[in-house]
Design a binder for this molecule. Sequence first.
Ligand code: ZN
Length: 137
Amino acid sequence: MEDNQQAQNSNVEIFCTRCGKKHPVYYKYCDQCGNLLQDTPPSSSPSPDDTFIKLVPYKNKEALISYYAGMLSIIPVLGLVTGLIAIITGIWGLQAAHRHPEVRGKIHSWVGLILGAGCILLHFVILFFWPPFSYLN
Ligand SMILES: [Zn+2]
């Protein structure tokens, strides 16, 4: 097991960025052109993708569905359906964000959950206790 891992590690190869020669990963300098070999990707600054995912959790589809379903829950009658969807997908979104923190979407899930639940409550209140605006009239 240990031998296997060591063999796998020594098989990792990196390419010289100047001349393109292939080297084992433990080589520090290229033996052909003397270029410093880097085993880490040169980009240390956060990519636009990372910044974007903080704002829109596009990898957490449940969270996004919950978010938009929550928004739609404001619409009368339809809101009772989308509110329920927002609550269910919001819970799924939170579970997904908990299992895989890199997908994010906690905020979107919570917004969807709260909007969905709040709107369902609001629609029921209007439906049953507010006759002038009641759907039943
Ligand atoms: Zn080289």
